[in-house]
Design a protein around this ligand. Structure first.
Ligand code: ADP
Ligand code: MG
Length: 624
Protein backbone atom coordinates (compact mmCIF):
# COMPACT_ATOMS: atom_id res chain seq x y z
CA UNK A 1 0.00 0.00 0.00
CA UNK A 2 1.54 3.23 -1.07
CA UNK A 3 0.17 6.22 0.70
CA UNK A 4 1.23 9.80 0.58
CA UNK A 5 2.60 10.86 3.90
CA UNK A 6 2.80 14.39 5.06
CA UNK A 7 3.64 15.43 8.54
CA UNK A 8 2.07 18.67 9.50
CA UNK A 9 4.33 21.39 10.84
CA UNK A 10 4.24 21.53 14.62
CA UNK A 11 2.50 18.20 14.84
CA UNK A 12 3.62 16.35 17.90
CA UNK A 13 4.32 12.67 17.49
CA UNK A 14 5.58 12.12 21.00
CA UNK A 15 4.36 8.64 21.93
CA UNK A 16 3.23 9.44 25.45
CA UNK A 17 1.26 12.48 24.71
CA UNK A 18 -2.33 11.74 23.77
CA UNK A 19 -4.02 14.81 22.43
CA UNK A 20 -7.78 15.04 22.59
CA UNK A 21 -9.35 15.26 19.17
CA UNK A 22 -12.87 15.11 17.78
CA UNK A 23 -14.62 14.72 14.48
CA UNK A 24 -17.67 16.85 13.85
CA UNK A 25 -20.42 16.27 11.30
CA UNK A 26 -21.99 19.71 11.03
CA UNK A 27 -25.18 18.73 9.22
CA UNK A 28 -28.10 20.63 7.74
CA UNK A 29 -30.63 18.79 9.89
CA UNK A 30 -28.52 17.07 12.54
CA UNK A 31 -24.99 17.38 13.87
CA UNK A 32 -22.80 14.92 15.74
CA UNK A 33 -19.44 14.75 17.42
CA UNK A 34 -17.28 11.63 17.64
CA UNK A 35 -13.91 10.72 19.03
CA UNK A 36 -11.48 7.82 19.14
CA UNK A 37 -11.32 6.33 22.62
CA UNK A 38 -9.20 3.28 23.37
CA UNK A 39 -8.70 2.84 19.68
CA UNK A 40 -12.43 2.85 18.83
CA UNK A 41 -14.16 5.73 17.10
CA UNK A 42 -17.71 6.40 18.22
CA UNK A 43 -20.12 9.26 18.63
CA UNK A 44 -20.37 11.05 21.97
CA UNK A 45 -23.65 11.42 23.86
CA UNK A 46 -25.06 14.40 25.70
CA UNK A 47 -26.22 14.22 29.31
CA UNK A 48 -29.53 12.67 28.16
CA UNK A 49 -27.73 9.94 26.25
CA UNK A 50 -28.50 11.39 22.82
CA UNK A 51 -25.79 11.58 20.21
CA UNK A 52 -27.75 13.43 17.51
CA UNK A 53 -27.98 17.19 18.01
CA UNK A 54 -30.66 18.82 15.83
CA UNK A 55 -28.94 21.69 13.98
CA UNK A 56 -31.37 24.25 15.37
CA UNK A 57 -30.62 27.38 17.40
CA UNK A 58 -33.15 29.66 19.10
CA UNK A 59 -32.44 33.21 20.23
CA UNK A 60 -34.69 34.75 22.88
CA UNK A 61 -35.25 38.41 23.73
CA UNK A 62 -33.41 38.08 27.00
CA UNK A 63 -30.34 36.93 25.15
CA UNK A 64 -30.69 33.25 25.87
CA UNK A 65 -29.40 30.87 23.21
CA UNK A 66 -30.93 27.40 22.99
CA UNK A 67 -29.38 24.70 20.87
CA UNK A 68 -30.62 21.33 19.65
CA UNK A 69 -33.78 19.48 20.66
CA UNK A 70 -34.70 22.21 23.13
CA UNK A 71 -34.61 24.85 20.39
CA UNK A 72 -36.43 22.57 17.94
CA UNK A 73 -39.36 22.44 20.36
CA UNK A 74 -40.00 26.12 19.65
CA UNK A 75 -40.03 25.83 15.88
CA UNK A 76 -43.78 26.38 15.56
CA UNK A 77 -44.23 28.71 18.48
CA UNK A 78 -41.35 31.04 17.69
CA UNK A 79 -40.41 30.43 14.06
CA UNK A 80 -38.59 33.72 13.39
CA UNK A 81 -36.13 33.22 16.23
CA UNK A 82 -35.71 29.47 15.86
CA UNK A 83 -33.15 29.00 13.13
CA UNK A 84 -32.82 25.70 11.29
CA UNK A 85 -30.86 24.56 8.23
CA UNK A 86 -28.43 27.50 8.36
CA UNK A 87 -25.87 25.30 6.64
CA UNK A 88 -27.63 26.25 3.42
CA UNK A 89 -26.65 29.88 4.04
CA UNK A 90 -23.00 29.37 4.87
CA UNK A 91 -20.69 31.40 2.66
CA UNK A 92 -23.58 32.87 0.70
CA UNK A 93 -24.15 36.53 -0.08
CA UNK A 94 -27.42 38.38 0.33
CA UNK A 95 -28.09 38.03 -3.39
CA UNK A 96 -27.31 34.30 -3.30
CA UNK A 97 -29.88 33.91 -0.58
CA UNK A 98 -32.53 35.64 -2.61
CA UNK A 99 -32.28 32.83 -5.12
CA UNK A 100 -32.10 29.98 -2.62
CA UNK A 101 -34.89 27.56 -3.30
CA UNK A 102 -37.94 27.62 -1.04
CA UNK A 103 -37.12 31.06 0.36
CA UNK A 104 -35.88 31.12 3.93
CA UNK A 105 -38.58 31.82 6.50
CA UNK A 106 -36.55 34.38 8.47
CA UNK A 107 -36.24 38.14 8.61
CA UNK A 108 -33.06 39.55 7.13
CA UNK A 109 -31.36 42.89 7.58
CA UNK A 110 -31.63 45.12 4.54
CA UNK A 111 -28.22 44.95 2.93
CA UNK A 112 -26.64 44.92 -0.48
CA UNK A 113 -23.34 43.38 0.43
CA UNK A 114 -21.47 41.58 3.13
CA UNK A 115 -22.51 38.59 5.14
CA UNK A 116 -26.31 38.36 5.37
CA UNK A 117 -27.70 38.99 8.82
CA UNK A 118 -30.75 37.26 10.23
CA UNK A 119 -32.78 39.46 12.57
CA UNK A 120 -33.64 37.71 15.84
CA UNK A 121 -35.03 38.76 19.21
CA UNK A 122 -31.44 38.81 20.47
CA UNK A 123 -30.22 41.01 17.61
CA UNK A 124 -28.79 40.27 14.17
CA UNK A 125 -26.83 37.04 13.69
CA UNK A 126 -24.98 35.52 10.76
CA UNK A 127 -25.12 31.89 9.65
CA UNK A 128 -21.55 31.57 10.92
CA UNK A 129 -22.57 32.65 14.40
CA UNK A 130 -25.49 30.23 14.40
CA UNK A 131 -23.23 27.38 13.30
CA UNK A 132 -20.76 28.45 15.97
CA UNK A 133 -23.45 27.87 18.62
CA UNK A 134 -23.91 24.32 17.36
CA UNK A 135 -20.15 23.78 17.33
CA UNK A 136 -19.80 25.24 20.83
CA UNK A 137 -22.39 22.81 22.13
CA UNK A 138 -20.60 19.87 20.52
CA UNK A 139 -17.24 21.10 21.73
CA UNK A 140 -18.51 21.34 25.32
CA UNK A 141 -20.01 17.87 25.02
CA UNK A 142 -16.72 16.45 23.74
CA UNK A 143 -14.71 18.14 26.46
CA UNK A 144 -17.12 16.80 29.08
CA UNK A 145 -16.97 13.27 27.72
CA UNK A 146 -13.23 13.23 27.12
CA UNK A 147 -12.33 15.08 30.29
CA UNK A 148 -10.14 17.83 28.94
CA UNK A 149 -9.65 20.51 26.37
CA UNK A 150 -9.73 19.53 22.69
CA UNK A 151 -6.46 19.98 20.85
CA UNK A 152 -8.42 20.19 17.66
CA UNK A 153 -11.19 18.88 15.47
CA UNK A 154 -11.88 17.74 11.96
CA UNK A 155 -15.10 19.23 10.63
CA UNK A 156 -16.83 17.75 7.61
CA UNK A 157 -18.31 19.69 4.71
CA UNK A 158 -20.13 18.56 1.53
CA UNK A 159 -17.75 17.73 -1.31
CA UNK A 160 -19.28 20.48 -3.44
CA UNK A 161 -18.67 23.23 -0.86
CA UNK A 162 -16.66 25.99 -2.48
CA UNK A 163 -13.96 28.20 -1.04
CA UNK A 164 -16.37 30.66 0.57
CA UNK A 165 -18.51 27.95 2.15
CA UNK A 166 -15.40 26.24 3.53
CA UNK A 167 -14.05 29.52 4.83
CA UNK A 168 -17.37 30.29 6.51
CA UNK A 169 -17.25 26.88 8.21
CA UNK A 170 -13.75 27.58 9.48
CA UNK A 171 -14.83 30.99 10.71
CA UNK A 172 -17.71 29.40 12.61
CA UNK A 173 -15.26 27.00 14.24
CA UNK A 174 -12.99 29.87 15.22
CA UNK A 175 -15.96 31.64 16.80
CA UNK A 176 -16.65 28.45 18.76
CA UNK A 177 -13.07 28.41 20.00
CA UNK A 178 -12.26 25.25 18.07
CA UNK A 179 -8.91 24.57 16.51
CA UNK A 180 -9.66 23.07 13.12
CA UNK A 181 -7.08 20.48 12.12
CA UNK A 182 -8.76 20.51 8.78
CA UNK A 183 -12.01 20.32 6.91
CA UNK A 184 -12.81 16.98 5.34
CA UNK A 185 -15.28 16.16 2.60
CA UNK A 186 -18.29 14.28 3.99
CA UNK A 187 -18.10 11.41 1.47
CA UNK A 188 -14.38 11.07 2.11
CA UNK A 189 -15.06 10.85 5.84
CA UNK A 190 -17.60 8.09 5.23
CA UNK A 191 -15.07 6.15 3.16
CA UNK A 192 -12.48 6.57 5.93
CA UNK A 193 -14.95 5.22 8.49
CA UNK A 194 -15.17 2.03 6.44
CA UNK A 195 -11.39 1.84 6.26
CA UNK A 196 -11.37 2.27 2.49
CA UNK A 197 -8.35 4.57 2.71
CA UNK A 198 -6.32 1.44 3.50
CA UNK A 199 -7.25 -0.12 0.22
CA UNK A 200 -5.04 0.12 -2.81
CA UNK A 201 -7.56 1.60 -5.16
CA UNK A 202 -11.10 1.49 -6.41
CA UNK A 203 -14.19 3.52 -7.06
CA UNK A 204 -16.57 4.23 -4.20
CA UNK A 205 -19.98 5.82 -4.42
CA UNK A 206 -21.31 7.62 -1.39
CA UNK A 207 -25.10 7.95 -1.38
CA UNK A 208 -26.12 10.50 1.26
CA UNK A 209 -29.84 11.04 1.86
CA UNK A 210 -30.35 13.33 4.85
CA UNK A 211 -33.21 15.45 6.10
CA UNK A 212 -33.33 18.10 3.43
CA UNK A 213 -30.60 17.25 0.97
CA UNK A 214 -29.44 14.44 -1.27
CA UNK A 215 -25.80 14.15 -2.34
CA UNK A 216 -24.11 11.49 -4.37
CA UNK A 217 -20.34 11.46 -4.77
CA UNK A 218 -18.13 9.27 -6.88
CA UNK A 219 -14.72 8.86 -5.30
CA UNK A 220 -11.68 7.27 -6.83
CA UNK A 221 -8.99 6.09 -4.50
CA UNK A 222 -5.44 5.93 -5.74
CA UNK A 223 -2.41 5.78 -3.50
CA UNK A 224 -4.25 7.06 -0.45
CA UNK A 225 -5.72 9.97 -2.32
CA UNK A 226 -9.45 10.30 -2.59
CA UNK A 227 -10.30 12.05 -5.75
CA UNK A 228 -13.82 13.34 -6.14
CA UNK A 229 -14.62 12.31 -9.70
CA UNK A 230 -18.06 13.83 -9.66
CA UNK A 231 -20.74 15.00 -7.31
CA UNK A 232 -24.43 15.40 -7.89
CA UNK A 233 -27.64 15.66 -5.98
CA UNK A 234 -30.52 17.83 -5.04
CA UNK A 235 -30.32 20.44 -2.29
CA UNK A 236 -34.09 20.23 -1.84
CA UNK A 237 -34.72 16.50 -1.56
CA UNK A 238 -34.63 14.47 1.62
CA UNK A 239 -36.45 12.93 4.54
CA UNK A 240 -38.49 16.11 5.01
CA UNK A 241 -40.18 15.39 1.67
CA UNK A 242 -41.15 11.95 2.89
CA UNK A 243 -42.70 13.53 5.99
CA UNK A 244 -44.67 15.89 3.77
CA UNK A 245 -45.85 13.07 1.53
CA UNK A 246 -47.11 11.09 4.50
CA UNK A 247 -48.72 14.22 5.98
CA UNK A 248 -50.48 14.95 2.70
CA UNK A 249 -51.74 11.40 2.63
CA UNK A 250 -53.02 11.75 6.20
CA UNK A 251 -54.90 14.90 5.22
CA UNK A 252 -56.36 13.06 2.31
CA UNK A 253 -57.46 10.14 4.45
CA UNK A 254 -58.97 12.25 7.20
CA UNK A 255 -60.29 15.18 5.24
CA UNK A 256 -58.71 17.50 7.80
CA UNK A 257 -58.13 21.06 6.69
CA UNK A 258 -54.90 22.65 7.80
CA UNK A 259 -55.06 25.75 5.67
CA UNK A 260 -55.53 28.04 8.67
CA UNK A 261 -54.07 25.77 11.27
CA UNK A 262 -50.29 25.63 11.11
CA UNK A 263 -50.21 24.03 14.57
CA UNK A 264 -52.22 21.07 13.33
CA UNK A 265 -50.10 20.77 10.21
CA UNK A 266 -46.98 20.80 12.39
CA UNK A 267 -48.41 18.07 14.53
CA UNK A 268 -49.36 15.96 11.55
CA UNK A 269 -45.87 16.40 10.15
CA UNK A 270 -44.35 15.27 13.44
CA UNK A 271 -46.61 12.20 13.49
CA UNK A 272 -45.80 11.53 9.85
CA UNK A 273 -42.11 11.57 10.65
CA UNK A 274 -42.60 9.20 13.55
CA UNK A 275 -44.60 6.83 11.36
CA UNK A 276 -41.93 6.99 8.67
CA UNK A 277 -39.21 6.06 11.12
CA UNK A 278 -41.26 3.22 12.60
CA UNK A 279 -41.84 1.83 9.10
CA UNK A 280 -38.10 1.38 8.66
CA UNK A 281 -38.44 -1.42 11.21
CA UNK A 282 -42.09 -2.51 11.17
CA UNK A 283 -44.31 -3.50 8.30
CA UNK A 284 -47.14 -1.23 9.40
CA UNK A 285 -47.95 1.49 11.87
CA UNK A 286 -50.92 3.43 13.17
CA UNK A 287 -50.93 7.21 13.05
CA UNK A 288 -52.98 8.67 15.91
CA UNK A 289 -54.26 12.20 15.84
CA UNK A 290 -56.18 14.06 18.45
CA UNK A 291 -57.65 17.31 17.29
CA UNK A 292 -60.08 19.44 19.17
CA UNK A 293 -60.87 17.62 22.39
CA UNK A 294 -62.67 14.48 21.48
CA UNK A 295 -62.30 13.66 17.82
CA UNK A 296 -59.68 11.10 17.34
CA UNK A 297 -58.21 9.69 14.17
CA UNK A 298 -56.44 6.42 13.80
CA UNK A 299 -55.06 5.67 10.39
CA UNK A 300 -53.13 2.60 9.42
CA UNK A 301 -50.15 3.04 7.10
CA UNK A 302 -48.37 0.02 5.72
CA UNK A 303 -44.78 -0.07 4.60
CA UNK A 304 -46.00 -0.79 1.10
CA UNK A 305 -48.23 2.28 1.15
CA UNK A 306 -45.36 4.37 2.40
CA UNK A 307 -43.06 3.09 -0.33
CA UNK A 308 -45.65 4.05 -2.86
CA UNK A 309 -45.74 7.59 -1.44
CA UNK A 310 -41.97 8.11 -1.55
CA UNK A 311 -41.31 6.17 -4.74
CA UNK A 312 -40.96 9.18 -7.05
CA UNK A 313 -38.41 10.78 -4.75
CA UNK A 314 -36.34 7.66 -4.44
CA UNK A 315 -36.40 7.25 -8.20
CA UNK A 316 -35.10 10.78 -8.51
CA UNK A 317 -32.09 9.95 -6.35
CA UNK A 318 -31.35 6.95 -8.52
CA UNK A 319 -31.55 9.15 -11.62
CA UNK A 320 -28.95 11.37 -9.96
CA UNK A 321 -26.72 8.36 -9.34
CA UNK A 322 -26.95 7.46 -13.00
CA UNK A 323 -26.19 10.99 -14.11
CA UNK A 324 -23.28 11.46 -11.71
CA UNK A 325 -21.70 8.17 -12.67
CA UNK A 326 -22.00 9.13 -16.30
CA UNK A 327 -20.27 12.39 -15.54
CA UNK A 328 -17.51 10.51 -13.73
CA UNK A 329 -17.35 8.13 -16.70
CA UNK A 330 -17.82 5.11 -14.49
CA UNK A 331 -20.12 2.18 -15.22
CA UNK A 332 -22.37 1.18 -12.30
CA UNK A 333 -20.84 -2.30 -12.41
CA UNK A 334 -17.35 -0.83 -11.98
CA UNK A 335 -18.24 0.65 -8.62
CA UNK A 336 -16.52 -1.33 -5.93
CA UNK A 337 -18.14 0.04 -2.81
CA UNK A 338 -21.38 1.80 -2.11
CA UNK A 339 -21.68 3.61 1.18
CA UNK A 340 -24.98 4.73 2.63
CA UNK A 341 -24.97 7.94 4.62
CA UNK A 342 -27.79 9.93 6.23
CA UNK A 343 -30.76 9.00 8.39
CA UNK A 344 -33.07 8.48 5.42
CA UNK A 345 -31.00 5.57 4.13
CA UNK A 346 -32.43 3.53 7.01
CA UNK A 347 -35.53 3.15 4.88
CA UNK A 348 -35.50 -0.39 3.45
CA UNK A 349 -37.00 0.77 0.16
CA UNK A 350 -34.11 3.21 -0.33
CA UNK A 351 -31.58 0.47 0.37
CA UNK A 352 -33.31 -1.87 -2.03
CA UNK A 353 -33.39 0.64 -4.88
CA UNK A 354 -29.72 1.52 -4.39
CA UNK A 355 -28.75 -2.13 -4.31
CA UNK A 356 -30.74 -2.84 -7.43
CA UNK A 357 -29.19 0.02 -9.36
CA UNK A 358 -25.60 -0.85 -8.51
CA UNK A 359 -26.19 -4.57 -8.63
CA UNK A 360 -24.57 -5.16 -5.26
CA UNK A 361 -25.38 -4.57 -1.63
CA UNK A 362 -24.19 -1.32 -0.10
CA UNK A 363 -21.77 -1.45 2.81
CA UNK A 364 -23.68 -1.52 6.04
CA UNK A 365 -22.48 -2.03 9.55
CA UNK A 366 -21.86 1.54 10.50
CA UNK A 367 -24.86 3.57 11.46
CA UNK A 368 -25.65 5.78 8.42
CA UNK A 369 -26.18 8.85 10.55
CA UNK A 370 -22.93 8.38 12.46
CA UNK A 371 -20.61 7.30 9.68
CA UNK A 372 -19.42 10.78 8.67
CA UNK A 373 -18.64 11.84 12.24
CA UNK A 374 -16.81 8.56 12.85
CA UNK A 375 -14.57 8.98 9.81
CA UNK A 376 -13.87 12.55 10.84
CA UNK A 377 -12.93 11.38 14.35
CA UNK A 378 -10.45 8.91 12.89
CA UNK A 379 -8.83 11.61 10.80
CA UNK A 380 -8.74 13.93 13.78
CA UNK A 381 -6.97 11.26 15.78
CA UNK A 382 -4.34 10.89 13.08
CA UNK A 383 -3.88 14.64 12.75
CA UNK A 384 -3.54 15.01 16.52
CA UNK A 385 -0.57 12.69 16.26
CA UNK A 386 -2.15 9.92 18.28
CA UNK A 387 -1.70 7.16 15.76
CA UNK A 388 1.73 5.64 16.03
CA UNK A 389 3.53 4.15 13.08
CA UNK A 390 2.51 5.42 9.70
CA UNK A 391 0.63 8.62 10.02
CA UNK A 392 -1.41 8.92 6.96
CA UNK A 393 -2.83 12.11 5.76
CA UNK A 394 -5.70 11.83 3.42
CA UNK A 395 -5.75 14.20 0.59
CA UNK A 396 -8.57 15.69 -1.32
CA UNK A 397 -8.35 17.27 -4.71
CA UNK A 398 -9.04 20.70 -6.11
CA UNK A 399 -12.47 20.84 -7.75
CA UNK A 400 -11.67 23.55 -10.32
CA UNK A 401 -8.43 24.73 -11.91
CA UNK A 402 -6.72 27.91 -10.73
CA UNK A 403 -4.78 30.37 -12.81
CA UNK A 404 -3.96 33.99 -13.62
CA UNK A 405 -4.95 36.34 -16.38
CA UNK A 406 -2.37 36.87 -19.10
CA UNK A 407 -2.31 39.14 -22.15
CA UNK A 408 -5.09 38.77 -24.65
CA UNK A 409 -7.72 38.11 -22.03
CA UNK A 410 -6.52 34.57 -21.60
CA UNK A 411 -6.13 32.42 -18.52
CA UNK A 412 -2.87 30.72 -17.77
CA UNK A 413 -3.58 27.74 -15.56
CA UNK A 414 -1.22 27.27 -12.66
CA UNK A 415 -2.85 24.38 -10.83
CA UNK A 416 -5.00 21.94 -12.72
CA UNK A 417 -8.34 20.71 -11.48
CA UNK A 418 -8.15 17.41 -9.57
CA UNK A 419 -4.65 18.12 -8.24
CA UNK A 420 -4.37 16.66 -4.73
CA UNK A 421 -4.20 19.29 -2.02
CA UNK A 422 -2.36 20.73 -0.14
CA UNK A 423 -0.31 21.91 -3.09
CA UNK A 424 1.99 24.72 -4.04
CA UNK A 425 2.86 25.58 -7.66
CA UNK A 426 4.76 28.46 -9.16
CA UNK A 427 5.11 29.89 -12.61
CA UNK A 428 7.19 32.77 -13.97
CA UNK A 429 5.79 35.72 -15.83
CA UNK A 430 7.34 38.79 -17.28
CA UNK A 431 6.49 42.41 -18.10
CA UNK A 432 4.77 43.40 -21.30
CA UNK A 433 6.00 46.98 -21.71
CA UNK A 434 9.40 48.67 -21.42
CA UNK A 435 9.83 50.30 -18.02
CA UNK A 436 6.76 48.67 -16.56
CA UNK A 437 6.93 49.01 -12.77
CA UNK A 438 3.71 47.40 -11.69
CA UNK A 439 1.79 44.31 -12.59
CA UNK A 440 -1.79 43.41 -11.88
CA UNK A 441 -2.33 39.81 -10.86
CA UNK A 442 -5.81 38.58 -11.56
CA UNK A 443 -6.59 35.20 -9.97
CA UNK A 444 -9.16 33.03 -11.73
CA UNK A 445 -10.89 29.72 -11.24
CA UNK A 446 -12.35 27.53 -13.96
CA UNK A 447 -11.63 25.33 -16.91
CA UNK A 448 -12.16 27.71 -19.79
CA UNK A 449 -9.56 29.59 -21.80
CA UNK A 450 -10.99 33.09 -21.69
CA UNK A 451 -11.06 35.32 -18.64
CA UNK A 452 -14.74 36.12 -18.99
CA UNK A 453 -15.63 32.43 -18.93
CA UNK A 454 -13.84 31.81 -15.64
CA UNK A 455 -14.63 33.04 -12.19
CA UNK A 456 -12.63 35.96 -10.85
CA UNK A 457 -11.38 35.21 -7.33
CA UNK A 458 -9.12 38.15 -6.55
CA UNK A 459 -6.98 40.89 -8.02
CA UNK A 460 -3.88 42.44 -6.52
CA UNK A 461 -0.99 44.63 -7.68
CA UNK A 462 2.70 43.97 -7.53
CA UNK A 463 4.38 47.37 -7.47
CA UNK A 464 7.98 48.55 -7.24
CA UNK A 465 9.28 46.42 -10.10
CA UNK A 466 12.58 48.03 -11.22
CA UNK A 467 12.15 49.54 -14.71
CA UNK A 468 13.49 47.12 -17.31
CA UNK A 469 12.89 46.38 -20.95
CA UNK A 470 9.81 44.37 -21.69
CA UNK A 471 10.35 40.72 -21.05
CA UNK A 472 13.36 41.13 -18.78
CA UNK A 473 11.69 41.01 -15.38
CA UNK A 474 11.12 37.64 -13.79
CA UNK A 475 8.00 37.55 -11.72
CA UNK A 476 7.32 34.37 -9.92
CA UNK A 477 3.69 33.76 -9.07
CA UNK A 478 3.12 31.08 -6.45
CA UNK A 479 -0.24 29.49 -5.77
CA UNK A 480 -0.62 27.68 -2.53
CA UNK A 481 -3.73 25.70 -1.57
CA UNK A 482 -3.89 24.41 1.99
CA UNK A 483 -5.45 21.17 3.11
CA UNK A 484 -8.84 22.84 3.47
CA UNK A 485 -8.83 24.02 -0.11
CA UNK A 486 -8.11 27.65 0.71
CA UNK A 487 -5.89 29.55 -1.68
CA UNK A 488 -3.18 32.14 -1.19
CA UNK A 489 -1.28 33.72 -4.08
CA UNK A 490 2.06 35.46 -3.94
CA UNK A 491 3.94 37.34 -6.63
CA UNK A 492 7.62 38.18 -6.35
CA UNK A 493 10.00 39.99 -8.66
CA UNK A 494 13.28 38.09 -8.59
CA UNK A 495 16.00 40.73 -8.85
CA UNK A 496 14.57 43.27 -6.42
CA UNK A 497 12.72 40.81 -4.22
CA UNK A 498 9.60 43.01 -4.10
CA UNK A 499 6.53 40.93 -3.45
CA UNK A 500 2.82 41.11 -2.92
CA UNK A 501 0.33 38.49 -1.93
CA UNK A 502 -3.32 37.88 -1.39
CA UNK A 503 -5.36 35.34 0.48
CA UNK A 504 -8.43 34.46 -1.43
CA UNK A 505 -11.47 34.81 0.72
CA UNK A 506 -14.36 35.71 -1.51
CA UNK A 507 -17.25 37.33 0.31
CA UNK A 508 -19.68 34.91 -1.24
CA UNK A 509 -19.28 31.62 -2.96
CA UNK A 510 -20.29 29.72 -5.99
CA UNK A 511 -23.44 27.74 -5.76
CA UNK A 512 -23.13 24.09 -6.62
CA UNK A 513 -25.07 24.65 -9.80
CA UNK A 514 -22.56 27.30 -10.77
CA UNK A 515 -19.69 24.88 -10.26
CA UNK A 516 -21.62 22.35 -12.25
CA UNK A 517 -22.24 24.89 -14.97
CA UNK A 518 -18.60 25.94 -15.07
CA UNK A 519 -17.48 22.36 -15.40
CA UNK A 520 -20.09 21.60 -17.94
CA UNK A 521 -19.17 24.64 -19.97
CA UNK A 522 -15.58 23.55 -20.14
CA UNK A 523 -16.49 20.03 -21.11
CA UNK A 524 -18.81 21.32 -23.73
CA UNK A 525 -15.95 23.01 -25.45
CA UNK A 526 -13.77 19.98 -25.29
CA UNK A 527 -16.39 17.60 -26.59
CA UNK A 528 -19.33 18.41 -28.74
CA UNK A 529 -21.23 15.42 -27.52
CA UNK A 530 -21.69 17.07 -24.14
CA UNK A 531 -23.90 19.48 -25.94
CA UNK A 532 -25.90 16.70 -27.45
CA UNK A 533 -26.23 15.02 -24.09
CA UNK A 534 -27.31 18.19 -22.43
CA UNK A 535 -29.81 18.88 -25.14
CA UNK A 536 -31.22 15.40 -24.97
CA UNK A 537 -31.67 15.67 -21.22
CA UNK A 538 -33.43 19.00 -21.47
CA UNK A 539 -35.70 17.73 -24.19
CA UNK A 540 -36.64 14.76 -22.10
CA UNK A 541 -37.30 17.04 -19.16
CA UNK A 542 -39.39 19.35 -21.34
CA UNK A 543 -41.47 16.47 -22.59
CA UNK A 544 -41.96 15.19 -19.08
CA UNK A 545 -43.06 18.60 -17.77
CA UNK A 546 -45.41 19.16 -20.72
CA UNK A 547 -46.93 15.75 -20.36
CA UNK A 548 -47.51 16.20 -16.63
CA UNK A 549 -49.01 19.62 -17.15
CA UNK A 550 -51.31 18.43 -19.89
CA UNK A 551 -52.66 15.76 -17.61
CA UNK A 552 -53.05 18.20 -14.72
CA UNK A 553 -54.85 20.76 -16.86
CA UNK A 554 -57.18 18.17 -18.20
CA UNK A 555 -58.17 17.19 -14.69
CA UNK A 556 -58.25 20.47 -12.82
CA UNK A 557 -57.71 23.21 -15.34
CA UNK A 558 -61.37 24.16 -15.57
CA UNK A 559 -62.12 23.96 -11.88
CA UNK A 560 -59.08 25.65 -10.43
CA UNK A 561 -58.08 28.34 -12.88
CA UNK A 562 -59.66 31.49 -14.20
CA UNK A 563 -59.62 32.05 -17.93
CA UNK A 564 -56.73 34.49 -17.66
CA UNK A 565 -54.69 32.19 -15.50
CA UNK A 566 -55.26 29.31 -17.85
CA UNK A 567 -54.24 31.45 -20.72
CA UNK A 568 -50.96 32.50 -19.14
CA UNK A 569 -50.08 28.90 -18.36
CA UNK A 570 -50.95 27.87 -21.87
CA UNK A 571 -48.82 30.65 -23.27
CA UNK A 572 -45.81 29.35 -21.34
CA UNK A 573 -46.79 25.87 -22.40
CA UNK A 574 -46.81 26.62 -26.09
CA UNK A 575 -43.57 28.52 -25.74
CA UNK A 576 -41.96 25.45 -24.26
CA UNK A 577 -43.50 23.28 -26.94
CA UNK A 578 -42.06 25.61 -29.55
CA UNK A 579 -38.51 25.53 -28.22
CA UNK A 580 -38.44 21.98 -26.94
CA UNK A 581 -37.20 20.53 -30.20
CA UNK A 582 -34.76 23.38 -30.87
CA UNK A 583 -31.03 22.83 -30.67
CA UNK A 584 -30.69 25.02 -27.60
CA UNK A 585 -30.69 23.44 -24.14
CA UNK A 586 -30.45 26.81 -22.43
CA UNK A 587 -33.62 28.08 -24.07
CA UNK A 588 -35.43 24.89 -23.19
CA UNK A 589 -34.29 25.27 -19.62
CA UNK A 590 -35.54 28.83 -19.52
CA UNK A 591 -38.84 27.86 -21.05
CA UNK A 592 -39.21 25.08 -18.48
CA UNK A 593 -38.45 27.64 -15.78
CA UNK A 594 -41.08 30.06 -17.11
CA UNK A 595 -43.66 27.33 -17.35
CA UNK A 596 -42.93 26.23 -13.81
CA UNK A 597 -43.30 29.79 -12.59
CA UNK A 598 -46.49 30.28 -14.55
CA UNK A 599 -48.03 27.15 -13.08
CA UNK A 600 -46.93 27.80 -9.50
CA UNK A 601 -50.35 28.94 -8.30
CA UNK A 602 -52.02 26.11 -10.11
CA UNK A 603 -49.76 23.62 -8.42
CA UNK A 604 -50.39 25.23 -5.04
CA UNK A 605 -54.13 25.13 -5.52
CA UNK A 606 -54.13 21.55 -6.58
CA UNK A 607 -52.12 20.77 -3.50
CA UNK A 608 -54.58 22.54 -1.24
CA UNK A 609 -57.77 21.57 -2.87
CA UNK A 610 -57.08 18.00 -3.56
CA UNK A 611 -54.30 16.24 -1.82
CA UNK A 612 -55.79 13.02 -3.02
CA UNK A 613 -54.92 13.66 -6.61
CA UNK A 614 -51.39 14.52 -5.68
CA UNK A 615 -50.91 11.21 -4.02
CA UNK A 616 -52.46 9.11 -6.74
CA UNK A 617 -50.83 10.73 -9.70
CA UNK A 618 -47.49 11.88 -8.30
CA UNK A 619 -47.79 14.89 -10.45
CA UNK A 620 -47.27 17.92 -8.34
CA UNK A 621 -43.71 17.17 -7.42
CA UNK A 622 -42.92 17.20 -11.08
CA UNK A 623 -43.51 20.92 -11.09
CA UNK A 624 -41.57 21.58 -7.93
P1 ADP B 1 -28.55 15.81 7.64
O1 ADP B 1 -27.32 15.15 7.13
O2 ADP B 1 -29.37 16.48 6.57
O3 ADP B 1 -28.28 16.71 8.80
P2 ADP B 1 -29.44 13.22 8.76
O4 ADP B 1 -28.49 12.39 8.03
O5 ADP B 1 -29.30 13.29 10.23
O6 ADP B 1 -29.56 14.69 8.17
O7 ADP B 1 -30.92 12.68 8.40
C1 ADP B 1 -32.07 13.17 8.99
C2 ADP B 1 -33.26 12.53 8.31
O8 ADP B 1 -33.23 11.12 8.51
C3 ADP B 1 -34.59 13.02 8.85
O9 ADP B 1 -35.47 13.28 7.77
C4 ADP B 1 -35.08 11.82 9.64
O10 ADP B 1 -36.49 11.74 9.72
C5 ADP B 1 -34.52 10.67 8.85
N1 ADP B 1 -34.44 9.43 9.63
C6 ADP B 1 -33.79 9.22 10.79
N2 ADP B 1 -33.99 7.96 11.23
C7 ADP B 1 -34.81 7.36 10.32
C8 ADP B 1 -35.40 6.05 10.20
N3 ADP B 1 -35.20 5.13 11.12
N4 ADP B 1 -36.17 5.80 9.13
C9 ADP B 1 -36.40 6.74 8.20
N5 ADP B 1 -35.88 7.98 8.25
C10 ADP B 1 -35.09 8.29 9.29
MG1 MG C 1 -25.39 14.61 6.73
Amino acid sequence: MALLQISEPGQSTSPHEHRLAAGIDLGTTNSLVASVRSGVADTLDDAEGMDILPSVVRYTDHGEVMVGAKALGYATQDPLNTLASVKRMMGRSASDLATLEGHLPYRFADQDSGVPQILTAAGPVTSMEVSAEILKTLRARAEDCLGGELAGAVITVPAYFDDAQRQATKDAARLAGLNVFRLLNEPTAAAVAYGLDHQAQGVTVVYDLGGGTFDVSVLALTRGVFEVLATGGDTALGGDDFDRQVAAWVLDQTGLDVQDDPQLLRKILAEARKAKEVLSLESETVIRLEHGTEIREEIRLTREGFEHLIGPYVRKTIAWCRKTLREAEVEPSKVEHIILVGGSTRIPHVRREVQEFFGRPPLSGIDPDKVVAIGAAQQADVLAGNVSGESVLLLDVLPLSLGVETMGNLVSRIIERNTPIPVSRAQEFTTFKDGQTAMRIHVLQGEREKVEDCRSLATFDLTGIPPMVAGAAHIKVTFQVDADGLLSVRAQEKTSGVSASVEVKPSYGLTDTEIETMLRDSFEHAEQDMHAKNLAERQVEARRVLEALRAALEKDGQALLSGDERESIMRAQSELEAVSEADDPERIKQAIGSLERASETFVARRMNQSVRRVMRGHRVEEFE
